[in-house]
Design a protein around this ligand. Structure first.
Ligand code: NAP
Length: 285
């Protein structure tokens, strides 16, 4: 019987811890950690994520404001807003919800966020800090996965860890965090040959591919820990992960479901980063 890793329960427990830390921080410093969320356009999925972030911030006692700009907002106008938010002491963290409309250069906008307020940890400064073991903010989805492993007492040291996917948001930082915990890490991508031979050796397998049920039972070693990052919307409207859950779960020693696995942890780690940003601001570092 495999353990079904409960991201909802873990996230709720972690948010309780964060709420206590926020209360203590406010009592000690008089400062309320604040997050600015910027959304451009009317992507329905983004609207749900942004709303969830707002509710999550308020739930742990943080200050938050969502700036919803129209689809036709120019890149210059958005950069101007980021510049204002960089200088606004009410906000310790700034998050720009992706994707942005096509006419806006995402990289330019994300790079304009002050590295000290970059709670998504996308800025090259923070990426470099992560790679060199000097991180301040942790990339939210991979950090949420590390937190799940910690809550479930799953050690990484010495394990064969295979990450499928090499995006800047998930795959690459995931590999770095596993490496930092002494895992032996292999990263697979669309050009990887004989991927099954590699995934079959994984003690910990992380799927961040964006393809429904990409990981099938014949790709997984008996007893492996399987982490499914994928969020895929099927034609019938249902959500589905990158792992064929029904076929893989009998083999795995532990596995995350979709929904209710990795997903709930991502926003929770954003809250952690916002608190870290507030601490940094107060300490002047
Ligand atoms: P992405 O930027 O599209 O990256 C997908 C990665 O998968 C790429 O590196 C790609 O390789 C690789 N890939 C695609 N087809 C492959 C194949 N046939 N064999 C091996 N590798 C293949 O996606 P992402 O942003 O990392 O997101 C991945 C999934 O996680 C999506 O379903 C997304 O919705 C979900 N997600 C969930 C959360 C959460 O909070 N739970 C957060 C972020 C993302 P190449 O680099 O060679 O193209």
């Amino acid at each position: 019987m495999s353990i079904i890793i409960d991201g909802k329960a873990t996230s709720a427990a972690k948010r309780e811890e964060i709420a206590k830390e926020v209360a203590a921080f406010r009592a000690e410093t008089g400062v309320q950690p604040g997050l600015a969320v910027v959304m451009v356009g009317d992507n329905p999925a983004s609207a749900v994520y942004v709303r969830n972030k707002h509710v999550a911030c308020e739930g742990v006692g943080m200050f938050t404001e969502t700036m919803h700009l129209p689809e036709e907002t120019t890149e210059d106008a958005l950069l101007e807003l980021i510049d204002e938010l960089n200088g606004d002491a009410r906000f310790h963290g700034i998050l720009v919800q992706l994707p942005l409309p096509k006419h806006i250069n995402e990289t330019r906008v994300l790079d304009a966020i002050s590295p000290d307020k970059d709670v998504d940890a996308f800025h090259p400064y923070n990426v470099g800090a992560l790679v060199t073991g000097r991180e301040r903010f942790l990339p939210c989805t991979p950090a949420g996965i590390m937190e799940l492993l910690r809550y479930y007492d799953i050690s990484v040291a010495g394990k064969n860890c295979v990450v499928i996917g090499r995006s800047n948001i998930v795959g690459k930082p995931m590999a770095m965090l596993l490496l930092a915990k002494d895992g032996t890490v292999t990263v697979c991508h669309s050009k990887t040959k004989d991927i099954k031979d590699i995934t079959k050796k994984a003690d910990i397998l992380v799927a961040a591919v964006g393809r429904p049920r990409f990981v099938t039972a014949d790709m997984v070693k008996e007893g492996a820990v399987v982490i499914d990052v994928g969020i895929n919307r099927l034609e019938d409207g249902k959500l589905c992960g990158d792992v064929d859950f029904d076929a893989v779960s009998p083999l795995a020693s532990a596995i995350t479901p979709v929904p209710g696995g990795v997903g709930p942890m991502t926003i929770t780690m954003l809250l952690c980063n916002t608190l870290t940003a507030a601490r940094l601001a107060v300490s002047g570092r």
